[in-house]
Design a binder for this molecule. Structure first.
Ligand SMILES: C[S@@+](CC[C@H](N)C(=O)[O-])C[C@H]1O[C@@H](n2cnc3c(N)ncnc32)[C@H](O)[C@@H]1O
Length: 255
């Protein structure tokens, strides 16, 4: 019996894959991959294995593929876009495999919000603005606990990041404003971050819905609400301040 590998392959740019993930894909006998979000050049790394598109399968069928092939000692890879731990539904599969005595190994990947921050060329935490990032989704068919309502999370005025929610943008905006964000708060929507057809739409809580609607973006986007996108002011970091000493550097130019 072999282990099953849950592997993240990054946000889209085939070069944003880890060396570990690449080697596993090259050697895999069976790959179950997450539909259209896995780019072709990454699937083509698989030279001898059989590919199965998970988008066409239900949980039990995916489990059967993982379990039966691991039992036959095959190298089995469940390939996820981004990082498997972010909205990846891996826990249920890991637990069910464990019940059958099969161990799972998770290989992390670059998740979409990090590729979006890179596309924006920004920093998600800024001294004097916020030191916190909240990652969430809007409620639709998947329920979100009441204590995690957007209007509750918004009270922190942290950097608020949404997966799986761009089609509900007007709801996000309404609740973010109810929670206390000013209508002038910057918002960025990054569509297909790191892909060749990546789009960045920037605005404020006041105008972002129209801008995104005009671009006809309804899926595969990250929404970021935060003053860090376009800060009126911020502080420089302490770490590199000449008057700040730490374990690796004493204060410079001390008189
Ligand atoms: C089921 S979640 C999977 C997230 C993935 N595991 C990750 O770590 O990025 C799918 C959602 O991730 C976001 N997403 C995935 N790839 C993206 C990309 N390249 N650019 C922007 N958003 C992306 C979108 O919000 C999309 O609806």
């Amino acid at each position: 019996m072999s282990d099953v590998f849950f592997v993240g392959c990054g946000p889209g740019d085939p070069e944003l894959i880890t060396v570990k993930a690449k080697k596993l894909i090259q050697k895999a006998d069976i790959i179950v991959y997450s539909g259209s979000l896995i780019p072709d050049p990454i699937l083509k790394l698989c030279k001898k294995g059989k590919l199965h598109d998970a988008a066409k399968l239900v949980r039990e069928e995916i489990f059967d593929l993982l379990y039966k092939n691991a039992k036959k000692d095959k190298l089995v890879v469940r390939l996820h876009d981004g990082d498997p731990s972010i909205y990846g539904a891996i826990k249920e599969q890991i637990d069910n495999l464990e019940k059958k005595g099969i161990k799972s190994i998770v290989v992390p990947g670059v998740t979409a919000f990090l590729a979006s921050a890179a596309a924006l060329g920004t920093q998600l935490t800024l001294p004097g603005v916020t030191q916190t990032i909240i990652i969430t989704r809007a409620e639709s068919r998947t329920k979100v606990p009441k204590r995690e309502r957007i209007s509750e999370l918004a009270k922190h005025k942290a950097t608020l990041i949404f997966y799986l929610s761009v089609h509900l943008l007007s709801k996000l905006v309404k609740e973010a404003v109810e929670g206390g964000y000013k209508r002038t708060t910057p918002v960025a929507v990054v569509y297909r971050a790191s892909w060749n057809d990546q789009k960045i739409i920037k605005g404020t809580l006041d105008d972002i819905v129209k801008k995104v609607h005009d671009e006809k973006i309804t899926r595969t986007a990250i929404v970021i609400i935060s003053d860090v996108i376009d800060p009126e002011t911020y502080e420089y970091s302490k770490l590199y301040d000449k008057n700040f000493s730490h374990g690796y550097r004493k204060i410079k130019n001390k008189k």
